[in-house]
Write a protein that binds this ligand. Structure first.
Ligand code: 5AD
Ligand code: SF4
Length: 442
């Protein structure tokens, strides 16, 4: 049996794509290995969001030349966003590659592999195709937590972002297909589903970038239908653009006991001047209003965010506004990124003016704020009882199990005889481990 190895870089959408492709490979008779040296096919599903992500993948792929020398039959393919962005150039830069498969052509993986085996010619496919929308619905992983891509691409064109160029225009899947996929996953044991899209709450809006009327949200309708699947216990989603949280959607989340009250609300910057240059359609004030609206409607809400430091022209005052807003909102989790100019994106037309040392310093300040907040938040939970979705034996200590709270906090606990993965259990928190919690089953 031929063996395939897949390494994934970047976001959850990429993880999801790799999982669907692994399912296609298995269906075609391949097995999946996590040992590069024993694979007949090496696949790299890449990311272009920052230069560092591309460099990391290129370094790793370059290293594979050695394996190709030892085994000339080895097939090496690069897929995903960097493949889409660079196409043929990648084949020229890395001559030991056999094929390059962009984001719009992922559904052609098996075909390309067969072609390479037959003809041993190099191929780069980067045409956008709507077939990826329907063609990637398999699941290789069989876990209690599953992911479904509901939209693909992005129409927002934030000035720093490469996604609209490498993943193309925003498209939504048919609701019936999504529900069928969810039912299928649940029948195979999934109890939590994470809905994915570059702009997930724009689901069903036909790519319109005007925020919808207050009472209109096809995304809320989709959530409500998913909720009716009896064995499905939890629904999460990422990433929504702040302005798509209208009253219809907020109400749906507020009244649900399956949709997790933990929302990712990408901020990017707290300075109106920078937000404008980023082409983000909100201000410091309107973002705060949205947070207030969400917090007042949704009980025990926790928020996480994405922030970019060192965007061209970001002054100390701009940065101070971001820091202040983050501390006022009190995000439970933040992903902080140092600005990286991306070829083709609008912001790359102006110089990357903030020195690396300043980016690093701002990054560190926000990370320190965040870790203080997490430590005190976790300590404040000691003594309380939380509901966790039991996931299985802890990776670090096999005498323990782990689960997550609705707010996505990891809890370690000693199992009892009745413990079962995929069930909701009450755990009394006995101590904080800094980034996760420890407790006892009730
Ligand atoms: N530089 C740094 N961070 C970026 N992101 C997107 N583009 C860039 C860039 N050019 C960040 C944003 C986005 C997250 C997925 O990556 O914060 O929300
Ligand atoms: Fe990276 Fe964005 Fe592509 Fe995801 S969609 S892999 S984050 S460039």
């Amino acid at each position: 049996m031929m063996k395939a190895f897949i390494k994934t870089y970047g976001c959850q959408m990429n993880e999801r794509d790799s999982d669907a492709l692994a399912a296609d490979l298995v269906k075609a008779g391949y097995s999946i290995t996590d040992v590069e040296a024993e694979a007949d096919i090496l696949l790299f599903n890449t990311c272009s969001v920052r230069d560092a992500a591309e460099r990391k993948a290129k370094g790793k792929i370059g290293f594979m030349r050695k394996l190709k020398k030892q085994n000339p039959d080895l097939i090496i393919g690069v897929m995903g966003c960097m493949a889409q962005r660079m196409g043929n150039t990648l084949l020229e830069e890395l001559p030991h590659l056999d094929f390059v498969l962009g984001t719009g052509q992922l559904h052609k993986l098996l075909e390309v592999i067969e072609q390479v085996k037959r003809e041993r010619v190099k191929t780069a496919l980067t045409e956008p195709s709507p077939e990826v929308l329907t063609g990637l619905d398999g699941h290789y992983g069989n876990s209690i937590k599953g992911q479904i891509a509901i939209t693909r691409g992005c129409n927002r064109f934030c000035s720093y972002c490469i996604v609209p160029y490498v993943r193309g225009r925003e498209l939504s899947r048919e609701k019936g297909d999504i529900i069928a996929e969810a039912r299928e996953m649940v029948s195979r044991g999934a109890r939590e589903i994470l809905l994915l899209g570059q702009n997930v709450a724009a689901y069903g809006l036909n790519g319109d970038i005007r925020p919808p009327a207050p009472d209109h949200s096809p995304f809320a309708e989709l959530l409500e239908e998913l909720e009716t699947i009896p064995e499905l216990l939890r629904i999460r989603f990422t990433s929504p653009y702040p302005s798509y949280f209208n009253s219809r959607l907020i109400e749906t989340i507020a009244k649900s006991d399956k949709i997790c009250h933990n929302i990712h609300l990408p901020l990017q910057s707290g300075s109106d001047r920078i937000l404008k240059a980023m082409n983000r359609q909100y201000t410091n004030e309107s973002y705060r209003e949205k947070v207030a609206e969400l917090k007042s409607a949704i009980k025990d809400l926790t928020l996480s965010t994405d922030v970019i430091v060192g965007f061209p022209g970001e002054t100390d005052e701009d940065f101070a506004l971001t820091r202040e807003l983050m501390n006022d909102v009190g995000f439970e989790q933040s992903y902080i990124f140092k600005y990286s100019p991306r070829p083709g994106a609008k912001s790359a037309e102006v110089p990357d003016s903030i020195p690396e040392s300043v980016k690093e310093e701002r990054n560190q300040i926000l990370l320190d704020d965040l870790s203080k907040r997490i430590v005190s938040r976790l300590e404040s939970m000691v003594g309380s009882t939380v509901t966790v979705l039991a996931e299985g034996v802890s990776a670090r200590n096999d005498a323990r199990w782990t689960g997550r709270t609705d707010n996505n906090i990891v809890v370690h606990f000693e199992p009892d005889d009745t413990i079962k993965a995929g069930t909701l259990r009450q755990v009394k928190i006995t101590r904080s481990g800094g980034v996760s919690l420890f407790g006892e089953l009730r």
